[in-house]
Design a protein. Sequence first.
Length: 293
Amino acid sequence: MHTLDQAPAFELQAHSIHSDGELSPADTVRAAAEAGVELLSLTDHDSVAGVNEALQAAAEVGIDLISGVEISVLDPAAKDIHVCGYLIDPDNHELLAQLQHSRADRERRAERMLDALTGLGWQVDPAPLERRAAEGLTIGRPHLAQAAFSHPANAARLAQEGLGTFSEFLVAYLIEGKPAFREREAPSVSEAVELIHGAGGLAVWAHPFWDVHSDGEVISTLERFRGVGMDGVEAFYVTHTGEQTELLVRHAAELGLLTTGSSDFHGPHHRQFNRFRAFQTHGHAANLGPLTR
């Protein structure tokens, strides 16, 4: 394992309260700086609302920050593919319009999943969901899962079903194929790449092995994405094995793609993505290209 001093000093995916993160954009930046991060991107899901605050905080603490966003897309390879856009203009009208459409559908989808949970007999605490809505923040599956898991009326049933954390509840009820999961609307990969390029940015496939699980399918998907203009792949990721990293680095080089990496920080209390500099490069050099500025 890498020690903290040996860990990469770049983090090109992180989340704030403007999507499913725990901290404000400024506090996310400060947490990164305290962990020794030198190059950071805030990539909230379908939102650039925190970019300007993050840029100001980065200037105050003395680290480089790249404007970013993580766009949810629909693709035959998996139901939940994400594309990160870097060096984007956060005021680009076409990008903002698509992100607004995606967030609106996220809200409608959350309502559909909430209805499904209650239809299955679960009690859902409305207070935290109403607070997020009042603050203009998105409501995603983690928030729905937490609102159901924390309701006292569900305690006996949760114990009976062996669901000891809200993450286990989410996996049991709110992922693809589970009873309260509902489909969403989103752009295609080619549409997302076009949006990112139109906003002056670079498009990178995020955490490929998180969503697509076989080596062959990941590589064939990467080749297909390269064909529609993808600029890079997140080869270094907190859950990627050494073998997966090696595979991505090798094929990215053959395809002329950038290779980025992250710990996918969501906040200090997140079950899995709770600290910066938690990923490894497994002895490979990142190809960040223009992202190093």
